[in-house]
Design a protein around this ligand. Sequence first.
Ligand code: ATP
Ligand code: MG
Length: 561
Amino acid sequence: MTIEAPRPRNFIEEAIEEDGRTGRYGGRVHTRFPPEPNGYLHIGHAKSICLNFGLAKKYGGQCNLRFDDTNPTKEEVEYVDSIMNDVRWLGFEWDGLYYASDYFPQLYAWAIQLIEAGKAYVCDLSADEIRAHRGTLTQPGKNSPYRDRPVAENLALFARMREGEFSDGARTLRAKIDMASPNLNLRDPVLYRILHAEHHRTGNAWCIYPMYDYTHGQSDSLEQITHSICTLEFENHRPLYDWFLDALDIYHPRQIEFARLNLTYTVMSKRRLLELVQGGFVSGWDDPRMPTIGGLRRRGYTPESIRAFCDRIGVAKFNSTIDVAVLEGAVREDLNRTAPRAMAVLRPLKLVIENYPAGQVEELEAINNPEDPSAGVRLVPFSRELFIEQDDFREVPPKKFHRLTPGAEVRLRAAYIVKCTGVVEDQSTGEIREVRCTYDPQTKSGLPSADRKVKGTIHWVSAQHAVQAEVRLYEHLFSQPDPSDVPEGVDYKATLNPNSLEVLKSAQLEPSLAHSKPGDRFQFERNGYFCVDTRDSLPGRLVFNRTVTLRDTWAKIEKSG
Ligand code: ATP
Ligand code: MG
């Protein structure tokens, strides 16, 4: 077990503690996690979840779950349910559950207030025209010809927008701020758009919908959020966030930005993940190769390992990319502590012990988890015919090969030392059908005479007792660290890894695994961590997913030649 030194306070914690000292929010800490229910959560969201719920916990405060559901055409109840499920699975429970759509009446009233104060106007420009008037980073924008409409006319038009008199996109409500502001977000941003679309919660009650920027801060304000933590791309929206709250003269939370999580060998935006699902590049949102919470869960990740990962990477003010190996390390460390060991042969090769009595079966004791003595031992049947990994035998061994090879000895885990006497080949193909060996009864594990050392230990499964299963091995979904790093005109999907999934149909497992249940996790000795698939596994037709490999020193030696 690695013991991590307590980490120094990060800049968000410093800000919160400073506000505590100055009494800015009366010592309260109230955060929120505000997903838009337009897709499934991914590991990037997990970072935000751990951060927001974690801060509330650390400072004895509260954290809300709020659905930012202002975009009816892309949002669905299915996503709402899955988000709640994922947050809970990660180990968090919200204090308040809210929907931005619950605030539609209040937001509408506030819009009228802004119009009355001369701070908002109805604009007849089309979306394209608004864009053309906006100017650029180096050039100021142009005022809309509708900017100086009288208040009464604005009020009447806005009411008619809400009544459904106009078609989609015909008019908008805009804030009257400054078309020459160096910050483009302040160039009369749109507050409301016309959209005749059914909303998953409000149905057809509305045909105008508030924009994200107009909704977010006011929702924070209504919920008395103290620290509104968001990702860096909202940094230059903060002046607008503050402008609305000041213009409405309402309770004012503090927005703090942090760098979003990027991981190597994957994409993270919901839009791209949706594209992978719809294009059939993966089997679904919870494909074990996906960086979604559902995908990671199905892959065998534990909530503990994801929380540990988020804690380890910390928060920063600058964008960077985390090596996916850090995530893999976190789950490996957790499963090393908790996952029971088992023997499973992924690519079987028959091993026959010539001097072992036919028909004899011994039940050998094997340790369930060397990291956890309380996990105890189990019995594993041993007999004359076994399966070993194809990789554990070489007729012509390379240098430093310490496994089975003609004339050499190897220990069978928890059993005996065997010596290879030869192979039986298929007459026609020349393929090795079985490997032959003899065993030394004096070397049974646990006997005092078993002390004799041999260089290699390999795992095995008794052939007559073995349970056959399908095992799915996963590699990175993309073949390069940054999938977006492609030449002009090339789609990032061109960098999908064609070998990200390998299916082994006839893995052989020790019989204790026969009754494992969907979601159960194991270390298959020498092969990695595996879990029973929650979608496709059936009693009698087990399917396992490889969560992560063990550190494989042999592969490294072999590669470096
Ligand atoms: P995406 O770009 O993947 O669609 P999003 O930011 O649009 O993500 P939201 O549902 O709006 O998704 O996000 C909910 C919360 O999660 C926001 O506060 C957002 O900042 C945060 N979040 C989203 N992606 C990441 C990420 N990669 N790292 C950290 N936080 C993230
Ligand atoms: Mg978003």
